[in-house]
Design a protein around this ligand. Sequence first.
Ligand code: CUA
Length: 395
Amino acid sequence: MILLTGCDLNFWKMQGHQTTMVASGPVAASQLSLFYVTCWVTFVIFVIVGAVLAYATVKFKARSDADEHAEPPAQGHGNPMVEIALIAASVFSLVIIAVPTLRGIWYTHDVPEAQAANAYNITATGYQWWFKFEYPEKIDGGAALVSGNELVIPAGRPVRIQLRTTDVIHSFWVPKLAGKVDMIPNRGNFLWLQADEPGYFWGQCAEYCGDSHAVMRFRVVALAPIEFAAWVAHQKEPARSVAAAAGATAGPRPQLATFKKNEYGFSEKWSDDPSVNPLKNWLDQQKPAATEDAALIAEGKALFTTKTCLACHSVRGHTGAFGWAPDLTHIGARTTIAGGLLENTPAQLARWISHPEQVKPGNKMWALGYSDTGMKIKVSDTEAVALAAYLTSLK
Ligand code: CUA
């Protein structure tokens, strides 16, 4: 406990991506300080009760045969002073916890009034098993700007997140920024959070919601105000197009990597090692690859239609209009795919496209498109490589 409140969280393995022991914003800090208050109060009670118990055990233990067979001493029945003192001490302990608890409940409920006018409003919707984010900015045509699985927010500014779900109960949780709040069918819920500094944070659905609940993840990327404004402006643009020269043919196709079922999908770029800078990796992901095979990308773009991907996904400016599944307009600029489960690389994209059921059991892409009850789409390895090249180009 004493060491817990000390600094060496690394020693105690408490610095992971989803630790609540590191607070990166005021809501998480308020919750963490309340945790420590409760810990200290219970720690003091533990020490006092433990000391009395130890004293009584040593002082009154039988020391001889005669002791063991002696009559028990005269039994007392209550001491008003002791009882009143114990009640007073219990009430006092509860008050110590209750005052900051109530203050914390009011503080974390909604953005403090003084900052309310500055709050940025986003709607997050839970789906089995991914998150959709709707921004207040409108794209051409008046619809809201939407994104999936990566929530980009302005750092140093309160963000109020409306919580919705289209199916079952999910729970929205970014451990380093704020405690979890449920997304409940037919009921509006919300929370607020704020990242003090630009950073990259891990989020997780925290309410059991079906087969792939454990891998229903997301990320929060906090950017400085200027970078955030630039990101929003770019997201509002339609999908990037890579022009292929007339008559060009695709170069040698990259070999499709092989993966085992349930194989881990993240590289050391996302390790717990504090020297790794995931925000820098996210920024790198925004840039187009140095070498792109325009003909291969064109082939993937055509496959996006012929393989009926467009029936569920939109690539704004290219194709797809229904868009109940994740919007892919700028998917190439995200660091994660498959609900935050896999790193967004061409190899992992091809893996996810060709074997969704092995990556995420029960997912809709498999159930609706690939399974025996669905459209029975078949994506060959070479097609998966072309589709991955196309999606990767959508920066
Ligand atoms: Cu969504 Cu668990």
